[in-house]
Design a protein around this ligand. Structure first.
Ligand code: FRU
Length: 508
């Protein structure tokens, strides 16, 4: 067994000698909080879906499903937080609360409307479109509210609901986007095991134009659809339709997507009829930010799953959002794929002093790398097992706990195993090993791994395969090791950089 302890020690010395360095902040962990350092968590109580994501006036707005009273969803409201950089979030007043007749505000979306039809002309008009559920008639319906003061206060539309109940119990999560070619708003909404499309010119009057019923997807409630266009490598615009299946297909992940064409009425997939996996077990209800000025398409999602969301072992709060990711379409040997890369803003959270800097490591069996890598870091490396081999990392490694991530070259998959990641027995659905195929996988893979105390997000190559998982370690030492099975492996350009230390407590 070989190790690079000496190399690591050298690098640490280079960073840590002398007077405290402003560029290498010492983290203040004295509050003992188990929260992630930079992923968004609610101030208290329960959080699930991002319910509306939008950019307005240099500010990213994150609206989310929240129940401040409990750590399980009951008295559902819309929480609200804002950020200038997708990293430091400031809590804002709640945006939506229950209506005594219509019910509680379930998930929806947020857009900016400059038509002057809802808000006074000349005002920035932040519009929320959402489901009212569990009201007097028990039926789900779609409603609208708007803000003229950048989301500080909202006025519900007096004519709500804008879409009355239909003959299906599941009719929720309206996703509204401006369709430039049609010059209309398009709403995509989940209806049991299909999605329906509606269009509108004023966000109040909606006409159904079509529906999409995927084939071969496990039946369930198809929730939180998102429909957006991205440029394909050939320059043509393609549409991506994503939805989440509840109850989830947990061993692979609950989130499916298709790439195809959309004309405002029908969506025609060009990728497999039964969809592709967007991610692993804990990326749910992803939504893209509307109105982002630089043309980027950025999404994030709720890092949990309904099978165990109400039992996760955190204290005083429950729920975390994923890292924001930039989306693109890439050509692979297996066809067009959605690629997710950590949003470039995250670079600002990366500590300039690496724990390991561009190392080449020969891995034989289990090779310790760091005794304690800290609670949050970015790890990148080319992982090259032998052609029949498996190699990767043991993250958040204590005496008895570890989360394994890696690449199986023979099978062309990345994997994440959280069976021994810490607290796992709060739900029989939690522990497990999750895999995602890497399209066109070769002998090696470029891995980007984000660890932030209670989450691990693994991106393969340019983000064509992703596995996101929550973890709940109980040990305080967070070691890092590399492992190889079925023969030795090589890690190239291995880099480990702490993340988020300077951000802690720095929300605007
Ligand atoms: C998805 C979901 C949505 C619903 C919301 C309620 O996680 O089930 O379908 O609107 O949560 O909080």
């Amino acid at each position: 067994m070989r190790s690079i302890h000496a190399l690591t020690a050298l690098l640490l010395t280079a960073c840590r000698t002398g007077e405290p360095d402003q560029a290498c902040p010492t983290p203040d962990m004295t509050d003992g909080s188990p929260r992630p350092l930079w992923h968004f968590t609610p101030p208290d109580g329960w959080m699930n879906d991002p319910a509306g994501l939008v950019w307005l006036d240099d500010t990213f707005h994150l609206f989310y499903q929240r129940d401040p009273h409990d750590v399980f969803v009951a008295d559902t409201r819309w929480g609200h937080a804002t950020s200038h950089d997708l990293l430091g979030w400031g809590d804002q007043p709640e945006a939506l609360v229950a209506d005594p007749v219509l019910g509680v505000p379930f998930t929806g979306s947020a857009v900016v409307d400059d038509s002057g039809q809802l808000c006074a002309p000349g005002k920035d008009c932040l519009v929320l479109i959402f489901t009212h559920a569990l009201g007097e008639d028990g039926a789900q319906k779609q409603s609208v509210a708007w803000s003229e003061d950048s989301g500080q206060t909202f006025t519900p539309y007096p004519g709500n609901p804008v879409l009355p109940p239909i003959d299906a119990a599941d009719f929720r999560d309206p996703n509204v986007r401006w369709h430039a070619a049609l010059s209309r708003w398009v709403m995509t909404v989940g209806v049991r095991d299909a999605v329906r499309f509606y269009t509108s010119q004023d966000l109040r009057t909606w006409t159904q134009t079509g529906a999409f019923t995927p084939t071969g997807v496990t039946p369930g409630a198809y929730e939180c659809p998102d429909l957006f266009s991205l440029p394909a490598p050939d320059g043509a615009a393609r549409w991506v339709l994503k939805l989440d299946v509840n109850p989830g297909l947990l061993q692979a992940g609950p989130s499916r997507y298709w790439v195809g064409d959309f004309d405002g009425a029908s969506f025609v997939p060009q990728t497999a009829a039964d969809g592709l996996w967007a991610d692993g077990p804990d990326l749910y209800a992803t939504q893209t930010f509307a109105n982002v000025p630089d043309g980027r398409t950025i999404w994030l999602g709720w890092m949990s799953a309904w099978s165990y969301a109400n039992a996760t072992p955190t204290h005083g709060y429950r729920g975390q959002q994923s890292a924001p990711r930039e989306l693109s379409l890439v050509d692979t040997a297996d066809g067009l794929r959605l690629a997710q890369r950590p949003a470039r803003e995250l670079e600002h959270a990366v500590d300039p002093c690496p724990l390991i800097e561009r190392a080449r490591v020969e891995v034989d069996d289990l090779t310790p790398l760091l005794d304690d890598a800290g609670p949050a870091y970015l790890l990148t490396a080319t992982v090259a097992p032998g052609p029949q081999g498996v190699a990767g990392f043991e993250l958040v490694r204590g005496a008895n706990e570890r989360t394994a991530v890696g690449f199986d070259a023979a099978r062309g998959v990345i994997f994440l195993d959280r069976s021994a990641s810490g607290a796992v027995d709060f739900s029989s659905a939690f522990a497990g090993r999750f895999e995602q195929p890497v399209p066109g996988a070769g002998a090696s893979v470029w891995l980007t791994v984000l660890v932030d105390r209670t989450s691990v997000e693994v991106f393969a190559d340019d983000g064509v395969a992703v596995i996101s998982a929550s973890i709940y370690p109980t040990e305080t030492v967070h070691g890092l090791a590399a492992f190889a099975e079925r023969g030795p492996a090589t890690l190239q350009d291995l880099r480990v950089q702490p993340m988020g230390r300077a951000l802690r407590g720095s929300s605007p």
